[in-house]
Each structure stands twice: as C-alpha cells, then as structure tokens.
Design a protein around this ligand. Sequence first.
Ligand code: KG4
Ligand code: ZN
Length: 340
Amino acid sequence: MNQDILILGIESSCDETAAAVVKNGREVLSNIISSQIPLHTLYGGVVPEIASRKHVEKVIPVISEALSAAGVTLQDIDAVAVTYGPGLVGALLVGVSAAKGLAYAAHKPLVGVHHIEGHVAANYLEHPDLEPPFGCLVVSGGHTHLVEVLDYGKFSIIGRTRDDAAGEAFDKVARAIGLGYPGGPKIDRKAKEGNPDAIPFPRASVEGAFYDFSFSGLKSAVLNYLNHEKMQGNEVNEADIAASFQKAVVDVLSGKALALIREKKYTKFALAGGVASNSALREAMKEVCSREDVGFYCPSPVFCTDNAAMIACAGYYEYMNGVRSGLDLNAVPNLKLGER
Ligand code: KG4
Ligand code: ZN
C-alpha cells in the first residue's frame, strides 16, 4: 500500500504563476514557475489587470507541466492546495478557480493556504530536521512580520510593519535610483560595488512597539537625499546609495531579530519571503544566529520568492490536520495570518 501523500500546490497571488507537486510535505517532485517579471518591468511594477490575464493564460499549462515533471497524473494526487490570500484579488481568483475546478473534476480534497504560511513552510522543504517551534522573520514585497511559529500552521505575530513592507522599500528605492523592477535583486547586486557606510540613512523604530517596523521614513530619506544632491548639482553614486540603504534595512531587521532571539531564547530561527534571498540579510542573520548559538534556516533563493512548492508543503500540514476547504472557497486579498 502506498502511504505517500502527494499534494499539488498552486500559487498565483502576485506576478508568478506556479504549480508544484510535493511528497509528504518535504520532498519536491516538481516546481514550475512562470514569472511575469519581464512583462511588468515595462511598467516599473506589477499591473494587477495584466497579472490576472497572464495567470489565466498560464495556469493550466503550468499545472500540466508540474504534474508531468513529477511523473504523476491528477488521479495520483491526494489533495489540491492553493493560495487564497493575501494578494491581488484578480490574480488570486485565477489560482483558486483552477484549483476548485480540478478538485471538483477529480474528486480531490481542496485546501486553501495562507500565502505567508507558505513562505514560512518553504523552510521545511530543504531542512528535514526543522520542526516548530521556532522564530521567523518573514520579509516579502507585501509583508514584514516577526512571528513565532508555534506549530505547523500556528503562528503568534510579534511584530509587523506599520507602513511599507521591506520588499516594497527595496522596489521603491530601486525605482528612484533608476535600477528598475524588481528592485530587491537589483539593489542586492548594485550594493556589492558600493560603500554601505557612505550615507547615514535612518534606522527607524516605532515608539512603544519595539518589534514593529517602519520603512517609509527610510524610503523618504533616500528620496530627499537624491533631490538634495540633484539641487546641488552633484552626481550621485548609485552603488553607495544601494549599499547604504540595504545596510539600513538589514541593520533594523537583524537587530530586532537578535533582540527577539535573546528575549525568547529560541534555539532555531528562520528567514522567509522574497527579501530572504537578499545576500546581505542572509549573511547578517547567519552571523547573528551563529553568535547566539541558534540554528539558522533559510530557503534557497528559488524557494524564497513566490513558488508553489511552499504552498504544497503548507497545504500538506493543513491537510494532515484535517483542514478541508469547500468549493465556495474565495480569494481573500487581505487575509490575516492565522485566520481561516
Ligand atoms: O515573496 P515575494 O516573491 O512576493 C511577495 O509575497 O511579496 O517577494 C517579492 C519581493 C520584492 O519586493 C522583491 O524586490 C524582493 O522580494 N526581493 C529582494 C531580493 N529578491 C527579491 N529584496 C532584496 N534582495 C533580494 N535579493
Ligand atoms: Zn510571496
């Protein structure tokens, strides 16, 4: 008898149409991602209507490819897991509708997954030893959260951003200095040529809420710096701005993570989300964790940014916990972490 559980994961919350097959929550059999980045680059950011239309075009071919790359058919799948929020409503609806159609046609259970729960679960894919509880810094284009992962799918939120997400700040600053979209990887690359101590950008904190973040002041400081230099007729050094901005973000993120590790005495700490692929952040967190003698976990870059293997993984644990979604599952653009 085959005891293996195969989950088909589907992700379409922003600008990646993705599908994956994961065995027993941890073994990635296939991971197909159709990125829309070149399309949105023309506009300097994600255009929601264009994203939805592209998802419609790609969702079925991407799912078929994920099944065939895994060497399975829909009949071999135990459940279909899909991101149903948070994200762009039109984009989410495409994945949710496709998942519902497949679950209905093939008589398979449907499991709605929270996108951030997926990002956290990306850590399980390559670290078979990692189990909750652990502390986690989730940093993406839409989220910046310090969370305690209490159990699979169970979280306690300790801090969050009050304004821009870390990835959003990367994207906006990259646009301002003319690096284009998507900003995170471009700033990461440019920063390697610059001096991180060249410009003293602010490290903001939120009064009365130590673990909360605020990045809009930092973004404004970069814009003000650019305007000031322009008015003075000075030429700006993009690499120094990128490096100094990135250092300010990394200092704040790693500083709060360190304080939390000390306060909660975690033995394990993980990074998650697109910004977790930032080389300076990974390096800083690796150092913090090694200094504190804490196990450090971080997904490979391909599992940091949006993908469906992480959704299949999170879906597996929800499925094993008995979670089932009805065919009335809807996209929830502002779904809160821990809500169903
Ligand atoms: O997790 P993700 O793919 O989508 C969301 O759920 O938002 O994250 C995308 C974000 C973008 O803001 C992108 O600029 C940022 O992650 N990002 C990075 C890097 N790679 C992607 N930020 C900093 N450094 C990177 N290397
Ligand atoms: Zn994401």
